[in-house]
Design a protein around this ligand. Structure first.
Ligand code: GLN
Length: 278
């Protein structure tokens, strides 16, 4: 079978996807270990039996709903290629808002200390570290398997200003305090119907679900961060689009100041920020 025919075939199989062509291209690129341009430069090239059989396996899994990021074991975030496994959340474009907010606070020329809670693939810390070489970052996760992915990602981007630690939120056996604490914690309600649709079905529940209202972990972080922030340090949190108001209130109730919420690319509340001035 030729490259062009294989892509057309896959595209027809992915009829229910709104990105059928892209999915077909990306999967075939991962089999052929090539860039997308190659598929369009050599549409008449014949696929080997091995490639065809690998491609067919991926097509079958994709039809069953497996996320593209899991099938190719990578995802682009902040223009960085990151390894992804089933032990981690798949980095989302919305989370780039959290990175932008951090970069607005962290100056290029000062060595600020940063703590990231629940790093998963390491996406947030790696994005910050790659733009702020002087930042000293500690990134934690409760899951050893996730930390291994994050460590591999930091290594592949040659970053040595991130220290990775196993920890359950503030159970970090750490006496340091930080200028900035950042997190994209689990924030989905346990009975949210959206958990039964799309990629999210294949991601670890521990990275997604946080109690009845999706607020349990955000609550723990808002309270715990007070003991780990330096004076005038910042807390930056990603949250659900319907949680902006309650998070701002929680920050206020816990004596944070300079509180604000940033919108994502769909104009929905996504990131809230507070400063610890006490
Ligand atoms: N943003 C993800 C979603 O809504 C959830 C990520 C999270 O819980 N931190 O699909």
């Amino acid at each position: 079978m030729l490259i062009a025919d294989a892509i057309n075939y896959a595209q027809q199989q992915f009829i229910k996807s709104d990105s059928a062509r892209l999915d077909a291209d990306v999967l075939l690129c991962s089999v052929l270990k090539c860039e997308r341009i190659y598929l369009y430069t050599y549409p008449e090239k014949k696929l080997s039996n091995t490639s065809l059989s690998s491609f067919n396996k991926l097509i079958t899994l994709r039809i069953k709903g497996y996320p593209i990021a899991h099938l190719i074991q990578k995802k682009e975030f902040w223009s960085l290629n990151l390894k992804v496994t089933t032990d981690t959340l798949i980095p989302r474009p919305e989370t780039e808002i959290l990175v932008e907010a951090a970069l607005d606070i962290v100056p290029k020329e000062h060595p600020l200390s940063i703590l990231e809670l629940g790093t998963g693939t390491g996406a947030i810390s790696i994005a910050i570290a790659s733009d702020r070489h002087l930042a000293k970052i500690t990134a934690t996760d409760i899951k050893k398997a996730a930390l291994e992915v994050a460590i591999a990602n930091a290594k592949s981007h040659q970053l040595n200003n991130i220290t990775f630690k196993i920890a359950n939120w503030f159970d970090i056996k750490d006496i340091n305090t930080y200028d900035l604490i950042i997190s994209n914690p689990p924030y989905i309600c346990i009975d949210d119907p959206h958990l039964k649709k799309g990629d999210i079905r294949f991601e670890p529940e521990s990275a997604l679900i946080s109690g009845k209202q999706g607020l349990d972990d955000l609550h723990i972080i808002i309270i715990g961060a007070k003991d780990y922030l330096n004076k005038n340090g910042w807390l930056l949190l990603e949250h659900g689009h319907q949680q902006g108001k309650v998070i701002r209130q929680l920050l206020k109730d816990n004596n944070y100041s300079t509180i604000s919420t940033l919108k994502d690319y769909s104009n929905l509340d996504r990131v809230s920020i507070g400063q610890w001035t006490s």
